[in-house]
Design a protein around this ligand. Structure first.
Ligand SMILES: Nc1ncnc2c1ncn2[C@@H]1O[C@H](COP(=O)(O)OP(=O)(O)O)[C@@H](O)[C@H]1O
Ligand SMILES: [Mg+2]
Length: 222
């Protein structure tokens, strides 16, 4: 079976003010369709960089990223954007909700960006995360845990084949964290999406099919 995500010898070196920071030093990762993978590792080891590259939000210095068998490096910006919009839902650590839009409008935004009319889908996604009643509120009228649930609803609204989540419970207390992870697990079982989830929390990581550890820009055996 073709992996839904596959990287080969992925290297990322940041260059800023004449300083080179190697963030990834050769990452080979394959994620099967429907697989739930968690990634743990110390701060600065390259987790967010890896997720950005998997989400086609940045380009590697060397190596390849394939999504559903397609080598993203052979595509132009437009092709990469289409590949991302077709396959990837992304939950950012700091949510990145648009402050002037309601929860419902935030959830509908990725569909609009794909040229689709959201219709009732955002409301249904917000119902799935337990926030239908609060769908007209703006982000600053929601708790941090609620904002994270809106961000998850937004990531899932386009029914992506892969959900990429960067510490989705990092800003939540343990009760809100459990609720978010119950939700992710339920949605995963219901839809068969692949998930790559970064976390510092071992209990969160243990919900995955497979736990990968990262250290200094490399994957290490768990
Ligand atoms: N935009 C950037 N410019 C320069 N260096 C960066 C940039 N983003 C991250 N880094 C560096 O790359 C390394 C990996 O960062 P990151 O992927 O954010 O790690 P993690 O998510 O595991 O904490 C760190 O040394 C970090 O300082
Ligand atoms: Mg990070």
């Amino acid at each position: 079976m073709t992996p839904i995500i596959e990287t080969q010898s992925l290297v990322k070196v940041y260059r800023a003010d004449g300083v080179e920071t190697p963030a990834l030093r050769g990452v080979d990762l394959a994620v099967a369709p429907g697989e739930f993978v968690s990634i743990m590792g110390p701060s600065g080891c390259g987790k967010s960089t890896l997720l950005y590259l998997l989400g086609l939000l940045a380009t590697p210095t060397e190596g390849t990223v394939r999504i559903d068998g397609q080598d993203a490096g052979t595509l132009g910006d437009g092709g990469r954007t289409r590949l991302r919009r077709r396959h990837i839902g992304y939950v950012f650590q700091r949510f990145n909700l648009l402050p002037t839009l309601s929860a419902e409008e935030n959830v509908g935004l990725p569909m609009r960006l794909r040229g689709e009319r959201p219709g009732s889908a955002p409301r249904e996604m917000l119902r799935a995360v337990g926030l239908e009643e609060k769908r007209r509120r703006r982000p600053n009228q929601l708790s941090v845990g609620e904002q994270q649930r809106v961000a998850i609803a937004r990531a899932l609204a386009t029914r992506p084949t892969v959900l990429l989540a960067d510490e989705p419970t990092g800003n939540l207390d343990s009760e809100a964290s459990d609720r978010v992870m119950d939700l992710v697990g339920r949605l995963h079982r219901g839809t068969g999406q692949a998930i790559v989830l970064i976390t510092h929390n071992r209990q969160v990581a243990d919900r995955a099919d497979r736990l990968i550890r990262m250290h200094d820009g490399r994957l290490v055996d768990a």
